[in-house]
Design a binder for this molecule. Structure first.
Ligand code: ADP
Length: 254
C-alpha cells in the first residue's frame, strides 16, 4: 500500500517547519528491472533461432543447395528452428498477458487431459522407450479451467519425458482430499540439484541450456506452470535427487 511506502518526517528547522515525504520505490524499481530483464532475455532468445534460420538459408542460396545431402540437412535445421521460434512466441505471449482470460470453471476430466498430453508426446516416449503410467480414477473431474490446467499438465509431462533416461518411467498419480486434489508427476530422469530447485520456476532459467535447447525447450515451461497455478489458486512443490529423478506435486482446490 502507498501508506506503507510513505515515511513522513517532520523536521523542525530553525525558523520554519519542513515536511519531508520519502516514497520507497524499491519495489517499483524491482518490477521495472524484472521487466527489463525479461525483454532482454526475450530478444536474446528470439535472436538465436532467427540467426540460425537466416544463416542456413543464406548458405543454401550461396550454392550449398546444389548438394542434395546438405540441402536436406540445412532444411531440417531451418524447420526445427522455426518450430522453436513458434514455441517461444507462444510461451512469451502466454506469460505476457496472463490476466487477459480470467480462469473459467467447468468440470474437467483429468484422464482426458492426461491422455491428450501423453498422445502428443508419443514420439519421444517411444524413442526413449519410456514406461508411462497414469493412475487417475476413471471419470475423476475437477472444477477448473481446462486450458490453463492443460498447460500445467503438458509442461510437467513434457519435462518428465525430456529430462528422463532411456527405459525410464513417468508416473502420474491423482489423489483427492475433501477440499483439494493432488497430482504428482514422478520421473526417473537426471534430477535437479538443490541449488537449482529454487530457480527453475524463473523465466528462462535452465540448468543446462544446451540440453534444454536440444529438447526444444524454451526455458519458460515451469514459469508458465507457476503462473497458471497461481491463477487457478493451486500450488506446486518439487522433490528431486540428482541422477535418481524428480517429482512435481501439484495441489488444486476442488
Ligand atoms: P525448459 O524449456 O528448459 O525445459 P522449463 O521452465 O520447463 O524450461 O524448466 C526449467 C529447467 O528446469 C529445465 O531447463 C531443466 O534444467 C529443469 N527441469 C525441469 N523439469 C525437469 C525434470 N523433470 N527433470 C530434470 N530437470 C528438469
Amino acid at each position: 500500500s502507498v501508506d506503507a511506502n510513505v515515511i513522513a518526517l517532520k523536521a523542525q528547522a530553525d525558523r520554519e517547519q519542513v515536511l519531508v515525504i520519502l516514497y520507497d520505490v524499491t519495489y517499483l524499481r524491482q518490477v521495472e528491472q524484472m521487466q527489463l530483464d525479461f525483454v532482454g532475455n526475450v530478444s536474446h532468445e528470439l535472436k538465436t533461432p532467427v540467426t540460425a534460420i537466416s544463416g542456413f538459408a543464406e548458405t543454401l542460396l550461396a550454392g550449398a543447395k546444389d548438394d542434395p545431402a546438405t540441402l536436406d540437412q540445412f532444411l531440417n535445421i531451418i524447420h526445427d528452428e522455426s518450430t522453436r521460434l513458434t514455441s517461444l512466441i507462444t510461451d512469451i505471449l502466454t506469460l505476457s498477458r496472463p490476466s487477459d482470460a480470467p480462469a473459467k470453471h467447468s468440470a474437467v476430466d483429468l484422464n482426458q487431459l492426461l491422455d491428450q498430453a501423453v498422445k502428443s508426446l508419443a514420439k519421444p516416449i517411444k524413442e526413449k522407450q519410456l514406461d508411462v503410467n497414469i493412475n487417475v480414477p476413471d471419470g475423476l473431474t475437477i472444477q477448473s479451467d481446462d486450458v490453463k490446467l492443460s498447460q500445467v499438465i503438458r509442461n510437467l509431462l513434457n519435462n518428465a519425458v525430456f529430462y528422463n533416461r532411456e527405459h525410464g518411467s513417468v508416473d502420474v498419480t491423482a489423489t483427492t482430499q475433501p477440499n483439494q486434489l493432488t497430482l504428482t508427476f514422478q520421473d526417473t530422469g537426471i534430477g535437479i540439484a538443490d541449488a537449482d530447485q529454487q530457480r527453475i520456476f524463473e523465466r528462462f532459467y535452465r540448468v543446462d541450456k544446451a540440453r534444454s535447447r536440444h529438447n526444444g525447450g524454451t526455458g519458460l515451461g515451469l514459469a508458465i506452470v507457476a503462473e497458471m497455478l497461481q491463477q487457478l489458486g493451486g500450488d506446486v512443490a518439487i522433490h528431486s535427487q540428482v541422477g535418481v529423478g524428480t517429482t512435481f506435486t501439484v495441489t488444486l482446490p476442488r
